[in-house]
Design a protein around this ligand. Structure first.
Ligand code: FAD
Length: 468
């Protein structure tokens, strides 16, 4: 069953209904881009798109960024300190709390399952449980605790579920626009199974193209980067990925290497100057460099890059089926003691529960938009401050006709001084003239600061090297 807004309201218990009525707030999440106030500067060979949509996670008050990352000098175990329950009353989930696969949908699901185990160890059936956040982690933990006969209420600040999964369906687009997560590797079998059960289509993103201002250049090999990181891991202290490269004789400013690092930033949200070599992020899945598009990706190639063709919301809806969900209900304060937890809404109303699971993004904890009384233990607070919140932004452009001849799915700009260095070409996989620009780290921060016309101009400038 799909959960519509109506069923969400009907599914809420008496207490939660009053929450729903009392806490309607404006929705500050990423919204469709309004029509620019002036026309963008034309670019030779690049027509103005017929539709465009961009994200704004950097400034989103319910995430303050895109994904968490492990900064240089910080131990991966820090995530376990962030996840450590407080007094068997306050529990934590969310991608940032997963030490193995942070910053991913898989990490969010794993964290929700881990938090459910922790709560089930100490809670009895019938207890009243609050879950803060209706993203993948919150939905996963809520589903598990409802199945264990607990009375669960999920409080979500936005007027929609899904959090950093945000599929926008709009008549102007032939397929949902994914403003948040939508890419994964063929190894994500649990995710793929869930998607299959909801008829969510998957597309293979096959082939890479590395292009400079003068035309195509040799594909960039990630092996030297991996070797440099491996060498740095034997060192006496953690160094940044860029430093690891330099120590191994590489040059982070070399145009090809810089293009690879820009791609890395689109997955981590951080620049290589900030990323730990001891706890490096997984390199983004490999779109099978150099293969022709009509060659199918080898099913055994676990690294092959794939994307969602359809709306991803059912992934979260499925888990929340039958759970009380209170939308537009930002929680501003949690008070806890040995006997229970009091959850205060933005409206000032407070509700009592036996336990609470906090799944809000790391950025929200860092901004202290959620107050804890008493303050969290030093270990949790230290972890919140030590981990990094990365920036990723995306822009989707649809064209009446393809102006490019490239048939690879992933495009990397090499040596071109452009705002967006990574593009996904959806034409080979879907037949639609859609290009998706992705930026991470400082480039994402710069992109987020542009107004809509400037952002479109930056995108069109970045695409000029692909105009045939
Ligand atoms: C642009 C972008 C691209 C990404 N691409 C990929 C990808 O391709 N593949 C991949 O695997 N992962 C990707 N990710 C990461 C993935 O989206 C996340 O790891 C995952 O969705 C996080 O789930 P979560 O439940 O931990 O957090 P969230 O989904 O953020 O859920 C937390 C919820 O808490 C709510 N909240 C915040 N503050 C409050 C409050 N005060 N009160 C109540 N509720 C509150 C939020 O609104 C949100 O709904 C991407 C993320 C972004 C932003």
């Amino acid at each position: 069953m799909r959960i519509t807004r109506r069923t969400l309201l009907m599914g809420a218990g008496a207490g939660a209904v009053s929450v729903l009525l009392a806490s309607c707030t404006p929705d500050p999440e990423p919204t469709p881009t309004p029509t620019p106030t002036r026309d963008p500067q034309p670019q030779p060979g690049v027509p103005e798109p017929s539709a465009r949509l961009r994200s704004s996670w950097t400034t989103d008050p319910f995430s303050y960024g895109a994904v968490s990352f492990t900064p240089v000098g910080v131990l991966a175990e820090t995530r376990s300190l962030l996840a450590r329950p407080v007094g068997d009353r306050v529990f934590f989930a969310g991608e940032a709390t997963d030490a193995d696969e942070p910053g991913t949908m898989r990490g969010a699901i794993r964290s929700g399952a881990r938090a459910a185990d922790e709560v089930e160890d100490v809670a009895a059936s019938g207890e009243r449980i609050a879950v803060i956040g209706a993203g993948l982690a919150g939905a996963t933990v809520a589903a598990r605790l409802v199945a264990a006969d607990m009375q669960v209420t999920v409080f979500e600040a936005r007027d929609r579920i899904g959090g950093r999964i945000h599929s926008v369906t709009d008549d102007a687009w032939p397929m949902p626009v994914q403003l948040g997560a939508w890419l994964f590797s063929a190894a994500d079998d649990d995710l793929l199974r869930r998607m299959e059960s909801w008829d969510i289509g998957v597309i293979d993103l096959t082939g890479t193209q590395w292009r400079g201002p003068e035309g195509d250049v040799e594909p960039v090999d990630a092996q030297p980067l991996e070797d440099a990181i491996a060498a740095a891991q034997a060192g006496p202290e953690d160094i940044a990925v860029t430093e690891a490269l330099t120590s191994a004789g590489g040059d982070p400013d070399d145009p090809s290497t810089a293009a690879l690092l820009a791609y890395l930033a689109t997955a981590t949200g951080a620049d290589a100057t900030d990323l730990s070599s001891w706890f490096p992020p997984a390199l983004p899945p490999d779109p099978v460099a150099g293969e022709a598009v009509d060659e199918t990706v080898d099913a055994a190639d676990d690294d092959a890059l794939q994307g969602a063709r359809d709306d991803l919301t059912p992934l979260v809806e499925d888990a929340l089926d039958g759970v009380k969900v209170s939308l537009s209900s930002p929680i501003s304060r949690l008070a806890y003691d040995d006997t229970g937890v009091s959850v205060r809404l933005g409206t000032g109303e407070a509700l009592s529960f036996d336990r609470v699971i906090v799944t809000v993004p790391l950025g929200v904890l860092q901004e202290q938009d959620l107050e804890f009384d008493p303050p969290l233990p030093f270990s949790n607070r230290n972890a919140i401050g030590a981990l990094g919140m990365g920036r990723i932004e995306t822009i989707w452009l649809q064209f009446d006709e393809a102006f490019w001849d490239a048939d690879a799915a992933i495009w990397h700009a090499v040596g071109a001084d452009v705002g967006i260095r990574t593009w996904i070409n959806l034409r080979p996989a879907t037949g639609e003239n859609i290009l998706v620009g992705i930026v991470g780290g400082a480039a994402a921060e710069e992109f987020a600061a542009l107004d809509d016309t400037e952002a479109l101009e930056s995108a069109m400038e970045s695409l000029a090297i692909y105009a045939s």
